[in-house]
Every structure is written in structure tokens, then in C-alpha cells.
Design a protein around this ligand. Structure first.
Ligand SMILES: NC(=O)c1ccc[n+]([C@@H]2O[C@H](COP(=O)([O-])OP(=O)(O)OC[C@H]3O[C@@H](n4cnc5c(N)ncnc54)[C@H](OP(=O)(O)O)[C@@H]3O)[C@@H](O)[C@H]2O)c1
Length: 257
């Protein structure tokens, strides 16, 4: 049996596609025929490199869209520019995210709140806002696919980074709310929940204690951005058509629930 995934004609908006999981996802979606809006925040050169890779591989011409996901006006502009460049995105990957340590041992409540608010705005509020902006066109098309890149942290008590864990739990439940509300319009929403993945975000921990981290993973290694991209593609492609409101754990067996 051979299987090939054809997303030709689909427009995908992938947030945080300048590097890591988002960049791998943008490349894979383009390799499957989708026209991809490569969103980035600060890393313009890296985003341009992803676009160059896609063109070199013969994929459909992508668009670059910049914006700070912590800012609501930027999110509206990101959506507007995607529509103007490529058409309505019926595939939305809410991937961009920030991780900040902000334990309850913090003695400065202003610093604690600042980290809390940034994390919630970038990871969670922006995912809901971009979904809101994309939904009218998805409903009109009677087709839409929304994927949250959440985390294993959604299901665990993360004592060093409660805001991160809560934002990711929020994303998983956001997908469920969307799934229940939008299924009747042909729109699905699901979450991919990675454990450790070899990207810049994980770099400080991985370089400090790789052996310890890998020792806790039954498969004995940290995941790759490409493995995450394949799980995201599952939900965006016909292979995942009947999945709605689910959360796919992708952690080599390090956390099972
Ligand atoms: N790596 C892991 O171990 C791991 C595990 C579980 C879940 N995840 C989740 O996977 C997703 C991708 O993570 P990653 O590991 O690929 O991280 P990464 O390499 O640090 O990339 C993060 C991406 O998010 C973008 N971003 C961050 N803050 C932004 C903001 N305020 N506005 C706009 N864009 C912003 C960055 O864009 P610019 O650089 O262009 O600003 C970058 O493209 C995140 O949601 C993360 O929580 C990662």
C-alpha cells in the first residue's frame, strides 16, 4: 500500500514558523502541496531561509507574515496579510509559543505577573484569537482544520513554569471547545502535545542535562521537529478527518496518562 498526502490548493497559516517545530511543519506542508504563510516574530532571516528551502524543493510559493502574537492588532494584521497574499487559511497551526520560568517562589509580584501575562497572551489568547479570525471563512467553506501545538506540560504540574503548563492545558481545552462548537461546520480542532523536542526552546535544559532527560524517555531519545510536523500533518490531512477534540501525546513514552 502506498499513501501520499495532497494538500494542493489549501492555504495554511503556521505561527512561529521561523524555526523549530513550526519551520519543520511549514516545510512538510509545502512538500504536501499547501501554500504556507510562514509567520515569524523576530527571526526574519530564519523565516526567509524556510521560504527559500520551500522554493528550492519546488513547493508552492509561500508568504512571510510578521507579527508579535502578544499584540492583538498584530494578530489581525497577520490574518489580513495571509488572506491578501495567499487566500483564506483553512489550515491553522497555532504553534508559536514561549516558555518562561516563573515559579511561585518569585518574590517580585510584578515580574511574576509580567511573565504570566506574556505566556498566556502568546501561547493561549493568540491561539483563540487567530481561530476566531479564521473561522468565518472555514465555516463558509464548510472545511477547516485547526491544530494547537500544546505540550506534555498540559497534563502535568510544572512547578518551575506554572504559566506555561496552564497555557498549554488551556490550548488543549480550547481545541475541545472549538471541536464541539465548530464540528457541525466541517471544522475540526485538535492538539499535538510533544514532550522534549530538539529546538532552541529546549536547548538550555537539553545542553545542561541531556543524559538525564533521555534516561526518562523509554525510547531513549529526544524528539525531532520533523516528528512533530508529521503528527500535525496527520490532523491537517484526510488521514485525520474523523479526529476532533483529541490530544495526541508525542513524547517517546516519557509521560503517559
Ligand atoms: N521544544 C520542546 O521541547 C517543546 C515541547 C513541547 C511543546 N513545545 C511547543 O512547541 C511550539 C514550538 O516550539 P519550538 O520548540 O519549535 O520553539 P522555538 O524553536 O523556540 O520557536 C518558537 C517560535 O515561536 C515564535 N514566537 C515566540 N514568541 C512569539 C511572539 N511573541 N510573537 C510571534 N512569534 C513568537 C518564534 O518566532 P521568532 O523567533 O521569529 O520571534 C519561533 O518561531 C511551542 O508552542 C512550544 O511550547 C515545544
Amino acid at each position: 500500500m502506498t499513501t501520499s498526502i495532497d494538500l494542493e490548493g489549501r492555504v495554511a497559516l503556521v505561527t512561529g514558523a521561523s524555526r523549530g517545530i513550526g519551520a519543520a511543519t511549514a516545510r512538510l506542508l509545502a512538500a504536501s502541496g499547501a501554500r504556507v504563510a510562514i509567520h515569524y516574530g523576530r527571526s526574519r532571516a530564519e523565516a526567509e531561509e524556510v521560504a527559500r528551502d520551500i522554493r528550492r524543493a519546488g513547493g508552492p510559493a509561500p508568504a512571510l507574515v510578521q507579527g508579535d502574537l502578544g499584540r492583538e492588532d498584530d494578530r489581525r494584521r497577520i490574518h489580513r496579510e495571509t488572506v491578501a497574499a495567499l487566500g483564506d487559511p483553512l489550515l491553522l497551526v497555532n504553534n508559536a509559543g514561549v516558555y518562561a520560568r516563573n515559579p511561585f517562589e518569585e518574590t517580585d509580584d510584578a515580574a511574576f505577573l509580567a511573565a504570566w501575562r506574556t505566556t498566556m497572551a502568546v501561547n493561549l489568547e493568540s491561539a483563540a484569537h487567530l481561530a476566531l479570525l479564521c473561522l468565518p471563512a472555514m465555516r463558509a467553506a464548510r472545511f477547516g482544520r485547526i491544530v494547537m501545538v500544546a505540550s506534555r506540560a498540559a497534563f502535568r504540574a510544572e512547578t518551575d513554569a506554572p504559566s506555561y503548563a496552564v497555557s498549554k492545558a488551556g490550548m488543549v481545552n480550547l481545541a475541545r471547545c472549538l471541536a464541539r462548537n465548530e464540528g457541525r461546520h466541517g471544522v475540526t480542532a485538535n492538539s499535538v502535545c510533544p514532550g522534549w523536542v530538539d529546538t532552541e526552546m529546549a536547548q538550555p535544559d537539553v545542553s545542561a542535562r541531556r543524559a538525564e532527560i533521555e534516561g526518562e524517555i523509554p525510547l531513549g531519545r529526544i524528539g525531532t521537529p520533523e516528528e512533530c510536523a508529521r503528527a500535525i500533518l496527520f490532523y491537517l490531512s484526510p488521514l485525520g478527518d474523523y479526529a476532533n477534540g483529541t490530544a495526541l501525546g508525542l513524547n517517546g513514552g516519557s509521560y503517559l496518562h
